[in-house]
Design a protein around this ligand. Structure first.
Ligand SMILES: Cc1cc2nc3c(=O)[nH]c(=O)nc-3n(C[C@H](O)[C@H](O)[C@H](O)COP(=O)(O)OP(=O)(O)OC[C@H]3O[C@@H](n4cnc5c(N)ncnc54)[C@H](O)[C@@H]3O)c2cc1C
Length: 490
């Protein structure tokens, strides 16, 4: 019998935060066949989902749901970085913080992505339990709710009181105008579950005869005939096969999307040649100048035990001050990420608008070899100054009358040395295949997210963001996938 999955109108590569949205939306048209290929494991129902509990992140050592990369955060600061590798992608294993990019963020996007233009998609994707007005949606697939003040964990409640006591304004809706201040985090959580786009979009569509989802299926190459995309090569269970497609939508995330493009011959020409990869198209922006949020940890020791309720998410309230976001995580990382070996709780100091830009480069032409990922954090004087300012604000809060009785800071050092010693990343990597207007030579995709210079190839994931938003990227990733799906249906 012929293999029924040898061809599809559209192949979506990667069933992560964005890919699940695209596969579900495009298969709404019964006349279009859609094949979603996901390299990680899957599940048949939301209740089957192995990564439900939003109070922890299943990304520690040995996790079956992640891919781990060695990275360099700054010269001589090596680290590791994880991405989700499971149906739902990084959104299935993340902190469930679901905050939109701000109005100011979209001024750095092409004009057709102004806040005014993206707001309808943000409203359409969400089902907000707390706000019902012309900025919010109440009927979309993604549930959004905030932790009521009276249910905050002891550390979040004390942090909130400390921030208000220090004169920071209250920001009850982080999906509002983005003015900043202390406020509850919008969470994509429902009934004790972290709701990924796999649960919200894909599973309800899984009965459609024109939608096929194949998990444990790793796409190893995009296939071209001249400058036309004709399909992909995929490996599953040790067998490689070819799938023909009228259109390929890359949604493999901001690391694997550029890696796959480069392995397939699209990227900076010199770099491809030095790895013995035949060049299909010279696109210098592939894998180049990505952005993310450097995050410095302020560790502290608790004096006694701290109350964290059964419903406490990973982070439930944050303080946005200028370009900084200060996050009181509700438990030590050893609890939040079982197996992480970090027993002390921390205040996270995220720099949400940073100068640093990183690169992703191949180390060979083989799919199994890990790429080289360099962040170049804290290299500009202004990034270092901002992170030091964040340390100072964080320490002031830790020493406030509200927090001081509960804890003892483990480091009082505000310096470049301590910035580097406590440097991490928020895991918000974006912009490794940026979109741009026609005159932008570094742009990989146009403003409709089609790869420039080839036919039939679209990118719909956080790779295409011109720059990481000044909030976590998950809600914006869903919005981008919604809009790209609309473009492809026009
Ligand atoms: C641990 C962690 C915590 C985070 N916390 C938050 C948070 O609380 N809030 C927030 O806003 N952001 C958070 N983020 C970031 C956010 O989750 C991501 O930015 C977002 O999910 C990225 O969406 P994406 O569609 O670009 O990629 P992903 O969701 O990563 O999806 C990519 C998918 O493609 C698959 N894939 C890759 N290569 C291939 C291939 N060759 N063939 C087939 N499939 C492939 C992967 O397995 C994966 O499922 C977090 C990220 C991590 C890792």
């Amino acid at each position: 019998m012929a293999d029924p999955i040898r061809a599809a109108d559209v192949v979506v590569v990667g069933g992560g935060s964005s890919g699940c949205v695209v596969a579900a939306r495009l298969s709404e048209d019964p006349g279009r066949s859609v094949l979603l290929l996901e390299s990680g494991p899957g599940y048949r129902s939301a209740l089957d989902c192995p990564v439900l509990d939003y109070r922890t992140l299943p990304v520690g050592p040995g996790s079956a749901f992640t891919e781990t990369y060695g990275v360099e955060l700054a010269p001589s600061v090596p680290s590791t970085m994880v991405r989700g590798r499971v149906l739902g992608g990084s959104g299935a294993v993340n902190g469930a913080y679901f905050v939109r990019g701000t109005e100011a963020d979209f001024r750095h996007w092409p004009a057709s992505w102004s806040y005014e233009n993206v707001l309808p998609a943000f409203r359409a994707l969400e089902r907000d339990a707390d706000f019902d007005d012309d900025r919010h949606g109440t009927t979309g697939p993604m549930p959004v709710r905030r932790q009521p003040v009276e249910q905050l964990s002891e550390i979040s409640a004390a942090f909130r009181a400390a921030a208000l006591g220090a004169g920071h304004p209250e920001e009850p809706d982080k999906n509002g105008t983005g003015v900043g201040g202390i406020g509850p985090v919008p969470l994509n959580v429902d009934g004790g579950r972290r709701v990924s786009t796999a649960a919200a979009y894909l599973l309800p569509a899984s009965g459609r005869p024109n939608l096929t989802v194949e998990t444990n299926s790793d796409v190893v190459r995009i296939l071209f005939s001249g400058n036309e995309t004709v399909g992909v090569a995929v490996e599953a269970g040790g067998v490689r096969r070819t799938v023909r497609a009228g259109r390929v939508v890359l949604a493999a995330g901001p690391v694997e999307t550029p890696v796959l493009l480069m392995l397939s011959g699209i990227g900076p020409e010199e770099h491809l040649r030095s790895n013995d990869i035949p060049v299909v198209l010279d696109l210098p922006g592939v894998g180049t100048e990505f952005s993310d949020h450097p995050e410095v940890a302020l560790p502290y020791r608790i004096r006694d035990s701290l109350r964290r309720s059964d419903t406490s998410p990973v982070v439930e309230t944050v303080l946005n001050v200028g370009d900084l976001e200060i996050r009181p995580y509700t438990a030590p990382f050893d609890v939040l990420v079982p197996g992480s070996g970090q027993p002390d709780p921390i205040l996270g100091i995220g720099l949400m608008v940073a100068d640093s830009r990183g690169d992703i480069r191949l180390t060979s032409s083989h799919r199994q070899d890990r790429p080289r990922i360099e962040y170049r954090y804290a290299q500009s004087a202004s990034d270092r100054r901002a992170l030091r300012e964040g340390q100072a604000i964080g320490l002031e809060l830790l020493h406030s009358p509200d927090l001081r009785p509960l804890l003892v800071p483990l480091s009082e050092d505000v310096s470049d040395r301590s910035v580097l010693a406590h440097l991490g990343t928020s895991l918000h990597l974006c912009g490794s295949c940026r979109m741009g207007e026609s005159g932008d030579a570094a742009a990989v995709v146009d403003a409709r997210c089609n790869v420039r210079g080839v036919e039939g190839l679209t990118i719909a994931d956080t790779s295409v963001f011109p720059v990481v938003p000044s909030r976590g990227p998950h809600a914006t990733a869903v919005m981008v996938a919604e809009r790209v799906s609309t473009f492809l249906r026009e």
